[in-house]
Design a protein. Structure first.
Ligand SMILES: Cc1ncc(C[n+]2csc(CCOP(=O)(O)OP(=O)(O)O)c2C)c(N)n1
Ligand SMILES: [Mg+2]
Lengths: 338, 340
């Protein structure tokens, strides 16, 4: 199997979708001719033509809205929002139209749109290139929210998302597009070629949404996280010598509570982690659900490791981002609590 | 609204000799453009050295636009723009030190390290940012213009945006409101022909962006944005129009950025020849220099001395931006809401 980085894997997914399904169309700002600012759609316009892979003006609201219209008539649009920080002009259309079309037409019409968007921090991008706005979207009944953490999943999940019949907000952790990140700032980039999940089949396969994966087994505590922080968590556990079980959630809505409950019932201790601000972050949902379902198994309070309740900072990014040092402290806190 | 009518009657416009710009004006423009150019080159270097984090968009090539417009404004007029903002700040008189130190995320930066390249402000200079969200500043600038009219203070808001931003929906919502209420705003579209990797012809059904106000009854004009004098003349007319209570005005500045969209853009979507054509034959600074020398406004030696002085300002700003301390980590949590 060829080694791919996340961008190549996403590109391969779209290639497969375009090839297999004549209904697939791909568009977004700089997505066509230029091939996307990170190169995710590179070469696709050339291969499939201007009708199927094309540039949109800087019009997030209408990009989302037109995708809904296309999808309602049976197309399978994959729309790119250049950075998750720029999704907010499209927010109204996603909430008011995309998420509710199935419900309010009693199933006569659906809007199976995939909105792809580079997401998350750790790239020194400051407040308008670093956000993790997933919790705004997990709060909307009627859309799925996915965050892959490696090339294999990125490809399989994007194919599953587009072949499904529901709208999916597909956030791509851009910090790990080119290689996994251990949470130590300025450490040299490691390569996906050395990671087992960097091996990606060329053809069609699916990684179904809604299933979490235990990426590291352990007994001392459970870590529930997604995206870039999956790798930070694994490295922190190894570095600290803590026998943590690490769950890569992969899909946030709907999320795989069974896998979480089974793990927490075993370990009794849990860290939920994300980059987004703490208050009303997705970790709040996880913590609430864990205490409802595992209350009598818990041996320590659920620990939320998150960004702070501030805009994403320009200076002091690493005081904000839950990097390796903060992760190790979190693991120690939950495992040492008596 | 009575507010706006009396705002117009109060305003007086600066009259200028009909003979074209004099020596001082031209030399001032040249100096301001050169400062921006050298500042941006230095910022590019610091970025390359890893001293500037994140996204950094250079203004090189477009200097005549902001310098020409600024000289048509009066003290107290507002300026607002997008993320390609270093030139606008220097043109309003914000210091090279304060801007450079914000790029490096230091205490001495205009936003004390909180904003970075794209998000800087100066109350003193009435510079309202520095906005990373494409198009957002157009509506904000229209709101500033509303406040000018409401306060009857005769101020005008210069609202800059790019050819790409010109397609955002909120731009047209704002145009309409600006004309309904005849707000004192000048919309300056910096048409450098590309929005990141997408050329105007690939993104716009009407590529003459000065016509974008037609259905709102907003006058518009195309301007050679590489010629600082042409920019000044057009801006003067537009600013007077706005200040006199006649409402918004659109100036489409035909310009060009020499560098990539941001520091991380190899700019493969255009040819070397296209870039060189502008650099070599249409450069705004070369053009101003030629006019100065042709008219004997200054000698080569005088311009050299000026260059040296600018080099020093820029060098100092680079040193300041590295020696100014990082903000205290507690700054992370301040200015989110009013402090209790
Ligand atoms: C709402 C929003 N969408 C997308 C982006 C990403 N983006 C940043 S700059 C840019 C191109 C803007 O081009 P233009 O308005 O022509 O300005 P220029 O860069 O040429 O100065 C894009 C798409 C953004 N910052 N904000
Ligand atoms: Mg442009």
């Amino acid at each position: 199997m060829p080694a791919m980085n996340m961008l190549q894997a996403l590109n391969s997914a779209m290639d497969v979708l375009l090839d297999k399904h004549p209904e697939t169309v791909i568009f977004g700002e700089d997505s066509g001719y230029f091939g996307g600012v990170f190169g995710a759609t590179q070469g696709l316009q050339k291969k499939y033509g201007l009708d199927r892979v094309f540039d949109a003006p800087i019009n997030e609201a209408a990009i989302a809205a037109m995708a809904i219209g296309m999808a309602a008539k049976g197309l399978k649009p994959i729309a790119e929002i250049q950075f998750a920080d720029y999704i907010f002009p499209a927010f109204d259309q996603i909430i008011s139209e995309m998420s509710r079309l199935r419900y309010r037409s009693a199933g006569q019409f659906v809007s199976p749109v995939v909105v792809r968007s580079p997401w998350g921090g750790g790239i020194r991008g400051g407040q308008t290139h670093s956000m993790s706005p997933e919790a705004f979207f997990t709060h909307i009944p009627g859309v799925k929210v996915a965050v892959p953490s490696n090339p294999y999943d990125a490809k399989g999940m994007l194919i599953a998302a587009s072949e499904g019949d529901d709208p999916v907000i597909f956030f791509e952790p851009k910090r790990i597009y080119n290689g996994p990140f251990d949470g130590v700032p300025d450490a040299p980039l490691s390569s996906w070629a050395k990671h087992p999940k960097g091996e990606v089949p060329e053809g069609h396969y699916r990684v179904e949404l809604g299933k979490a994966e235990i990426v590291r087994e352990g007994e001392a505590c459970t870590v529930v996280t997604y995206g870039t922080l999956v790798h930070v968590a694994v490295n922190a556990a190894e570095k600290a010598g803590i026998d943590a079980e690490i769950i890569d959630l992969k899909t946030l809505a709907p999320y795989d509570i069974e896998t979480i409950v089974a793990s927490v019932n075993k370990t009794g201790r849990v860290v939920v982690a994300h980059e987004a601000p703490r208050t009303s972050g997705f970790g709040a949902e996880l913590a609430a659900q864990i205490q409802e379902e595992c209350f009598y198994a818990l041996e320590a309070p659920v620990f939320r490791l998150t960004g702070w309740d501030t805009p994403y900072p320009h200076a002091h990014e690493w005081a904000y981002f839950p990097g390796q040092a903060r992760f190790i402290r979190a693991l120690q806190t939950v495992t040492e609590a008596r | 609204m009575a507010a706006r009518q009396s705002a117009s009657s109060k305003s007086t416009s600066r009259t200028r000799k009909p003979s074209g710009p004099g020596a001082d004006t031209y030399i001032g423009w040249y100096r301001d453009m050169l400062l921006i150019r050298r500042f941006e080159e230095k910022a590019g270097q610091l970025y390359g050295m890893g001293l500037i984090a994140g996204f950094c968009h250079l203004y090189i090539g477009q200097e005549a636009v902001v310098v020409g417009v600024q000289s048509a404004l009066r003290e107290g007029d507002q300026v607002i723009t997008g993320y390609r903002d270093h030139g606008h700040m220097l043109a309003t008189g914000m210091t090279a030190n304060g801007v450079m130190a914000e790029l490096t995320g230091r205490e001495g930066g205009y936003s004390r390290g909180k904003g970075g390249s794209m998000h800087m402000f100066s109350r003193e200079k009435q510079f309202f940012g520095g906005h990373g969200i494409v198009g957002a500043q157009v509506s904000l600038g229209t709101g500033l213009a509303f406040a000018n009219a409401y306060r009857e203070d005769g101020k005008v808001c210069a609202t800059y945006f790019g050819d790409g931003a010109a397609n955002q929906g909120q731009v047209y919502e704002s145009f309409n409101m600006a004309k309904i209420w005849n707000l004192p705003v000048v919309y300056i579209i910096e048409n450098n022909q590309y929005a990141m990797g997408t050329s105007v012809k690939r993104s716009s059904s009407e590529t003459h962006l000065f016509k974008r106000g037609v259905s709102f009854n907003i006058p518009g004009e195309e301007v050679d944005g590489m010629d600082v004098n042409a920019v000044y003349e057009a801006a003067k007319k537009a600013v007077e129009h706005a200040r006199s209570g006649k409402g918004p005005y659109i100036l489409e500045m035909k310009t060009y950025r020499y560098r990539g969209h941001s520091m991380s853009d190899p700019a493969k979507y255009r040819t070397r020849d296209e870039v060189n054509e502008y650099r070599e034959h249409k450069d705004p600074i070369d053009l101003a220099k030629k006019r100065i020398l042709d008219n004997k406004f200054a000698s080569e030696d005088e311009l050299k001395a000026m260059e040296k002085e600018i080099k020093k300002i820029v060098q100092e700003s680079a040193e300041f931006a590295q020696s100014s301390p990082e903000p205290d980590p507690s700054e992370l949590y301040t200015d989110v809401l009013i402090e209790a």
